[in-house]
Every structure is written in C-alpha cells, then in structure tokens.
Write a protein that binds this ligand. Structure first.
Ligand code: CS2
Length: 477
C-alpha cells in the first residue's frame, strides 16, 4: 500500500536516466517523503531507449521494489515516479517540464559515459558525437549536458529561478564535475549563459550507494509468486542503502534528512572511500572473476583467494590513500565483503565489467597514482587494471567471445589484438590517454607491474594468478 494520496502528487523533480539504480535508490527515498510533502514527485526521462516508458506506462509508473538478503525478501510498491518521457521522441515536452517552475531539481543517473567527458581529466569531450550534434542543434539536444544547458537557458529567458542539478552517478566530485561540463558546453556558444550557470546554479555533490543488479525474467516471475501481481519492470536490491549529499540547493529541496539522507558540507571523504573501496573492489572482482569463469560477484567472493585479494586490496592498498574523516575503513571493508557475498543478489561480473574505460580512473587509477606518489607498492591495483586489459581483448580463457560493452571497445580490442607480447599490449593501452592521463601513462613502475600481471593472466589464467600471487606473497605490501 502506498502511504500517501498518489493523485495529489505533483512534479518537483525531473530525473534523467530512470534505470534500475534510480528506481531502487533516489525514488525510494522520495517515496518516503511524499506523505509529508507531495510536491516532489519525479518525472523520469529516458535519454536512450523508450523501454522503461513502455514497461511502466501501462502500470501507471508504479513498480515493485524487492529487497533480498539471504532468505529474507521484502516487497514494496513505489509511487514516487509519476511519469516518464522519452527524450528522443518527446524532447520538447521534456524541455517544457524542465522549464516548469514546479521543477526545482533535475537529478541524473546516466552512468559515467552519459556525461560525454574525458574520464581522465573530467572535461567535456567536444569530439563526442552527441556533443557535436547538440552544439549544432541546441534546441533539440540528445545529451545530458545539452539538455541541462538548454533547459537552464530557457528558464533564464523566462525569468524562472534555476533548478538544482543533482548528479547521482559514481563520478569523482560528481557535482563539480557536472558543473564544469555543463558550463563548458554553454561557453561554446554563449559566454553569458556560461557565467549564469557558473554563478547561479547549484550542483551539490552526492555519494550514492546501493547494489542494484539488472532485472531479469526470473526476477519478474519471482515477483508474481511473491506478490500475486505481474510487474513488467520490478527492481531487485539489497537492504543496504546510503545517500550522502551536500546541502546546496538553488530552489529548495525536499526534507531529505527525514528519509535518512546524510547532509554534509563536503562529500569528498565519503565519495573517495566509496569509489575506491566498493567500486574499485567491484571492478577488481568483476574482471578477474569473469576471466576465472565466475558469473556472479557472490560466487567470486565465495572463493577464498579472490575474497582475500579484494580484502587486502581495500585494506592494504586503498586505505592508505584515504583522507581522514571517513569513519572506520576497516569496518567499512568488512561490511562491503558481506554485501558482495549476498547470495540472493545475482549481480553479474559481466554487468560491472561494462564501461571500464569510463570507470577505471576514479575506481583504480586514483589509488595507484596516490600510492606511486607516496612511494608505496601498487601490486593488487595493477593486477585489476591488467585484468581489465585482458578482458577487453574480447576473448575469454576458453577461447570464447566476450561481449565487451564499452564506448571505446573497438579501439581497446584492436590494441589488445595488435599487441603481440604483453609489453606491447600494455604500451598500446597506456596510449589511451582519456583513461590513463599523462602522468600514470609514463610511470615505469606502473608499466612494469602491468606487464608482469598481464603476462601471468595470459599464460596462467586469472584463477591461478590470483591464487599463486596470494599464496606466494609476491604482493609486496
Ligand atoms: C557497480 C556499481 O556496476 C557497477 O559498476 O560497481 O553499480 C555499484 O553496484 C554501485 O555503485 C553500488 O552503490
């Protein structure tokens, strides 16, 4: 039962990217707030495919949020999403809704690649096809930076106070990064608008956390059994949820604190711990686990060698790079391993392995760079990066094709296949400056560690590499 009068809910938020993560995270927090203030309903926008709209429209945008842990399951219906627009076919209506004074927040979960930026520098990529399109056709934007910029421009012209832009993606300093990208986009054709965005629009940074695997047909069948109702697109998640947010809003905000959101002055310490430990650990387990033949994260950490590797990476390598003020990282690491081991969450290693070129800098390379600066060993982090290089070659250890999903997949595959020996392959990958930047790409210690690990991965395979390195203590930490 929904504990508020749904017909009285009005739109207060436009959310770009209504995927599973948003519907299990932000929409659930907003759902908790609507009985106190129904003016914060969410209108979702799908930037790429219309499939969420097609699945949810016939069920009035209601869906089941399923929380699973071990044998315990809870089902709850979420009503916070009151509409979905597909930006491809309805961009005018979407821009109208974003310009409506009732819309006071535009939030985003568009994944790393949706920002059309250079992951190593955080800057807008002017050569990105969607950005090229949007700069030429600013009133029919396809990209998130183009949409945000156009909507802010229309509000300014209409004398409507700007909305707050709330990024909920796993990017470093996601608010500041989004601000820089949108401002840079605006500056391409209108310096005045860029100044307006820079001075008048709030882009608070956030740290978001909840593990939400992609919904499967089996999940749909289970929901029918558990609730007696067919739901075209339920979302399945874990009990844990966290949202830390900077308290800077241009046009007001919901009482987030009453729903358990932590409002802070600076999100950075929380974010760096989460990105480097949880997401870094996840990516490490995804590449090595996939190569070793594990389908799910829970199966990967059920293997003691992989579990120990992830634990030691977080405890020995990441922890020393964290700023103070992040609580107890040791306890955080234990909790993460427990969350990864949740057997009821069938989180595929393949899903996490996606878009590595956009994820590596904030998840693994930052840790490695900091450690090199401090003169500390980098062995485990470098193994995870070498596993990514091995993975994007597109052929698994049994000779089967890997369905590598990454905006740079073609280029990465070509590098791996032209490489020849591990040293050539590593040198080819280090040329991808959008990922490695300049400093790390030239670091001889990093290069040597990658070559050693890649050689082992190619000749001995991932399982044996992880086991023998863990046993032989070659991790010089
Ligand atoms: C995962 C994240 O798919 C991935 O890359 O690492 O989606 C992760 O599950 C979330 O960030 C957890 O908060």
């Amino acid at each position: 039962m929904i504990p508020y009068d749904r017909p009285s809910v009005t739109p207060g938020i436009v959310h770009l990217g209504v995927g599973a993560f948003h519907r299990a995270h932000m929409a659930a927090y907003i759902d908790d707030l609507l009985s106190g203030d129904p003016s914060w309903g969410i209108v979702g926008a799908s930037l790429r495919r219309p499939d969420t709209l097609r699945a949810l429209a016939p069920q009035d945008f209601l869906y089941t949020l399923v929380t699973r842990s071990g044998s315990e399951t809870k089902c709850r219906v979420i009503g916070a999403l009151i509409g979905v627009l597909h930006s491809g076919s309805r961009h005018r209506e979407l821009l109208r809704t974003m310009t409506d004074p009732r819309t006071r927040i535009v939030s985003l979960t568009i994944t790393e690649k949706g920002y059309c930026h250079d992951p190593a520098t955080g800057r807008l990529s002017l050569a990105h096809p969607a950005i090229v399109h949007d700069l030429a056709t600013p009133d029919a934007p396809l990209s998130a930076p183009g949409l945000l910029c156009r909507a802010l421009e229309l509000r300014r012209t209409a004398g409507v106070i700007p909305f707050t832009v709330l990024s909920c993606d796993n990017l470093p300093e996601n608010g500041r990064t989004t601000a820089a990208i949108v401002t840079e986009f605006a500056a391409q054709h209108d310096e005045e608008l860029a100044r307006h965005i820079n001075t008048e629009v709030a882009f608070p940074s956030t740290m978001v956390d909840r593990i939400v695997p992609a919904t499967t047909d089996e999940d749909r069948m289970n929901v029918v059994e558990e609730t007696g109702r067919y739901d075209a697109w339920p979302v399945v998640t874990e009990p844990f949820t966290q949202w830390v947010m900077e308290d800077r809003f241009t046009a007001g905000r919901p009482k987030f604190e009453t729903a358990g959101v932590e409002l802070v002055a600076d999100v950075r310490p929380y974010e760096i711990m989460k990105l480097r430990m949880l997401n870094g650990g996840h990516s490490m387990l995804a590449y090595l686990g996939y190569l070793a033949g594990f389908e799910f994260v829970s199966d990967t950490v059920a293997d003691p060698a992989f579990r120990d590797l992830a634990r030691d990476f977080m405890n020995a390598e990441v922890m020393e790079t964290l700023p103070s003020g992040t609580g107890d990282p040791g306890a955080y690491c234990d909790m993460l391993l427990e969350r990864f081991a949740n057997p009821a969450l069938r989180h595929r290693t393949w899903q996490i392995a996606m878009d590595g070129s956009q994820k590596l800098p904030q998840r693994l390379l930052g840790t490695i760079q900091d450690r090199l600066r401090l003169g500390l060993p980098i062995s485990r982090g470098a193994l995870a990066v070498a596993a990514w290089m091995r993975y994007v070659s597109g052929i698994d250890e049994t000779g089967r094709e890997i369905d590598v999903r990454d905006p740079l997949s073609r280029r990465l595959r070509a590098i791996a296949r032209a490489g020849g020996d591990p040293a050539n392959m590593v040198d080819g990958f280090l040329q991808v400056r959008e990922v490695f930047g300049e400093t790390l790409a030239r670091d001889p210690e990093f290069r040597a560690a990658l070559i050693g690990h890649l050689e082992s991965l190619l000749h001995r395979g991932a399982a044996q590499t992880v086991r023998s390195l863990a046993q032989g203590g070659t991790f010089a930490c």
